[in-house]
Design a protein around this ligand. Sequence first.
Ligand code: 0A1
Ligand code: ZN
Length: 856
Amino acid sequence: MSRSVKRLSDYQPPGFTIDSTDLTFELDATHTVVTAVLELRRLDPQLTELSLDGQQLQLLSLHYNDKLLAANEFDCTSQQLRLKVTEDTFRLTIRTQINPLANTALEGLYYANGSFCSQCEAEGFRRITYYLDRPDVLSVFRTTIIADTAHYPYLLSNGNKVEQRKLDNGQTLVCWQDPFPKPSYLFALVAGDFDLLRGDYQTRSGRMVALDFFVEKGQGGKAAFALDALKRSMRWDEQRFGLEYDLDTYMVVAVDFFNMGAMENKGLNVFNSKYVLVSEDTATDTDFFNVESIIGHEYFHNWTGNRVTCRDWFQLSLKEGLTVFRDQEFSRDMGSATVNRIHAVQVIRTAQFAEDASPMAHPIRPQQVMEMNNFYTVTVYDKGAEVIRMLHTLLGEAGFQAGMRLYFERHDGQAVTCDDFVQAMQDANHYDLSAFRLWYQQSGTPELTMQRHYEPQQQRLTLRLNQRTAATADQPDKAALVLPVRYQLLDESGNKSGLFVMQEHNETLVFDGVSAQALPVMLEDFSAPVRLKHDYSEQELLRIAMEASNGFARWDALQSCWMLWLDQAMHQNNDFRLPDAFFELYQQLLKLPLDDKALTAELLKVPEYHVFAENFQQIPVDAILSAIHSFRQQISQRLAPELKACYQQHSVVAVEYNEMNVGIRALKNRCLDYLALHGQPAETLLLQQYNSASNMTDKLAVLSACLHSAHPAFFGLMQQFATEWQHDVLVLDKWFSLHAAQPSAQVFEQITLLCQHPKFSWQNPNRVRAVFHAFAMQNPGQFHRMDGRGYQLLTDTLLKLDPINPQVSARLVTPLLSWQRFDLERQALMKAALHRLSAQPGISDDLYEKVSKALA
Ligand code: 0A1
Ligand code: ZN
């Protein structure tokens, strides 16, 4: 284990580069032999030593040009292979042996479920062969794969297939060539037996592209939606960004064992099967949404990530922030724009704000990293996308697109930095972005405070704005940021809207000729990723919720109302009653839902625990949970007839996944969620929907309504569900998660049973997350129990998991890291759990980096 910290400020350009990489894989589950022939070129003539990265490799032989090197002619450690170099260009032939079956970390080349699969981002390629495993070394790749024909009829790698032949010994040899120079993290290899779903796509310039989806045998039918989503992504990128696909084939492989969502390897995307395989009877509307957006995300990477890549891993947001922005824009065009924005904002306000407030706080371009895998975060991805969105807001669509064109013109085929991107935006628009760049450097969540001052004589409304960013774990001092503040003035004379670009700590915004009733709605569409502190009264917020023309503003005003009501509930020991005006609004929404039914469903939702929690420095777990319970009870009791009527009115929906049907289902199931609180009388309704449901969304909605209301029908239905779906692991994951989210002490025995389930596997990240992510994140009551049992369960799990898969264990530890945000008793328990982890000998770098920061 290295335990060393790498710093952005230490970046050095590579001293050598690799012009061509020729790889041969002789595949075997436990003894794969990799022969790498590398054509190297010295870039820095001063250098006399070459150092290649390598981990967990067994070196079989090493040739320098044609000379076999003896063991004393190079130096081979657990991390590097070093040798003396005298020529400017030379060839290395490196033979290594690896054990893909033993690779449970799923990084590098691994064998799982009968197939070989690779994952090289960020630094997995060094587990395949010795290499300059850094994103600024770009090479053309030729890959030969030799494997047993019967077991592995499909042998896949990047680029175009240039050769395929049967060998005498029952093996097949396939050779691939990728004409685009790429860094090693974009290399991929897959070998196995699959169902193949084929399609094609004609690009706008008339080229035909073959689209091939490889999925588990028998699952081919479930890839049709993903294939269509890929075509929509390709068309959309041509129309909105003018970007066309560049190879003749685009392949997607869906695998069951995968650490993340998906990976954009050039021409050969590898996907977690969860994000490819959907059908109405097995997948929810959310699953369909995720498939479309992740298919889009990986496809969009072909330009933002692959054609132009990152100079070093500190620049990860260059490709990820930009690509998330692009996939969000794509999703927005495919479904409800407002609801999409609401969901993106919720990710920022919960997970990202929480990360900023945690020991892992970092800017979107981190300055130091121990384990790169720990920096695939909501900050780099989602806050990164908000930073790109702010550029878009400042420059407008035309200006932003001009910037994108210049960026590709300058940097196609290069490995560049976030600064290069901003510079292209700046130069294309002649817009000074020097102050804006601070967003890349500064971590933390700015707090924007607004105070109003009205002068009746002058009919003048003055807004005093102040911004302040509190110190974070990584940075004590913060400066003022550029904040694009979109606003709308609600006034009898109509709505005025505009954009105010705030640059200093304190600024004022003056509106003349406005009435005393005028209400400024600030930060429309969440135009900057900040916390807004305002001085609106409940009455004013409800007015915005009722009157604003912008759906996002209505939802946002209600969010603020919920915070006020939580505060009141906490001070009144739950004698608090929600105001009549609120019920009137809900009544109206139920009687006359908006055209956008999905938005109506969002407006009718009591925020979840994490939404409330993120507004506190010290999180009052129990008070939040009991207030949520009381709010939901009040709504279900007071609005029973309206909920029932709305439910019935929307109960018949066509099964197909489209914007309208998704919205209707969301609204209907929101009503059901409240109606389930009626106990026994609701049973008929619940059973009826469960048994007549033609789709997974409606079935799962019944189960989760039962779960939220602690309805006794839950256990019977869960049993029925398990019998129906025991053959389908992706569906079973939903059942695992529901069990793990059960808000009673029974959950502990239940989890023990789940881990003994024949379909559960500690090696499969989806299974582990289905149980333990659900427990730690969707079951706050049990996870944060005062007897510490929840923390103990998570800690036991991490200790077991870390040696198997450090990436997954390091992600699961997240909720323990924020121990300082709880009461003293919980703090002590969480801290003890962290100490137990840090005392464990051999803990991975991944987990160590987070645990040690939390305890620092
Ligand atoms: N680049 C991928 C995400 C990804 C990152 C790391 C991985 O392994 C450590 C795997 C996938 C994306 O943004 O889609
Ligand atoms: Zn990505």
